[in-house]
Design a protein around this ligand. Sequence first.
Ligand code: UT7
Length: 329
Amino acid sequence: MSAPAAVLTGLGSWLPAKVLDNHEIATRLDTSDEWIRTRTGIRERRVAGPEESTVDLAVGAGREALGGTSADAVVLATSTPDQPCPASAPQVAARLGLGTAAAFDVNAVCSGFVYALATAAGFIAGGLAERVLVIGADTFTTLIDPADRTTVPIFGDGAGAVLLRAGDAGEPGAFGPFDLHSEGEHAELLWVEAGGARKRLSEHPADRFLAMQGTAVFRHACARMAESSRTVLDRAGWMVGDVDRFVGHQANIRILQATAKQLGMPADAVVANIDRVGNTSAASIPLAMADARADGTLVPGHRVLLSAFGAGLTWGSTVLRWPDLDQSS
Ligand code: UT7
């Protein structure tokens, strides 16, 4: 008998109320709406208010994905937890009324959601849990230097969540196979250098913000997402032409378009909500799925490719056939 698969049964999203558009950024920094739109595809993003944290956003998305049901484990993908220690997932589980459910964070930055999905699928396959809530939530605006025009326009805050149940690999909604990788020698391309064990915050306060070598990250992202997508399609036995929707990490519309082009996929397969939310890191893929489901871009039966790339460097991909979530339990 084969191991149970992780099947999508609930979907949720949560965004802070505050909208920050390009025009407002251009009043503070040496940039323009035109530059941001044409170089990134972003028009506006959401920003967590001073009283709003990653846990708050994660609870909002998680509650929607649960839809009044329960889960016996919570995996939270985030690199902006409410505190450096402990992990934020236990607080999310408690706020969602999940009793003593297993709960922990996964930090693979913008690839975090795909890593967390794979981790949850492993829990289900190994019989450790029957229902797992996987949440991607980040408040990257808390890491950004308000004076840095290379990062302020890119990042936004948000959360997205999926509820997984044990099921059969052949049924709609089953995630997998997976492909995951890292390349730590390029950590400095996108990092917050101080605040951890290597560079103490008290001695290096100037290095507390996110620093990004955008062009290098862009090149790595296109190459790795295309490579990983090919690997996972090959493992699934799908041709590129079988893919109806490509839900990639929403870092830059040009990265999504270039990756689709490298794969030989039509531009209209690309799912994008980056214009409204910017780069929300670990929340990006589940938020894009939730928006695409809501506006009818994703419908039951679609063959869907997910691919993410982020700091670390990390990247990963998986596939699923989109299920009818109205019929899910
Ligand atoms: O989540 C995963 C991690 N993040 C990413 O995947 C982000 C990947 N990188 C990118 O999306 C792009 O590299 C950026 C959008 C960040 C930058 O776009 P780019 O086409 O790579 O621009 P660039 O950094 O090469 O800069 C081009 C020019 C430069 O001026 P010069 O040297 O040509 O005179 C920059 O100084 O644009 C200038 N520039 C800006 N101008 C107006 C950089 N940022 C801005 C800005 N407004 N905000």
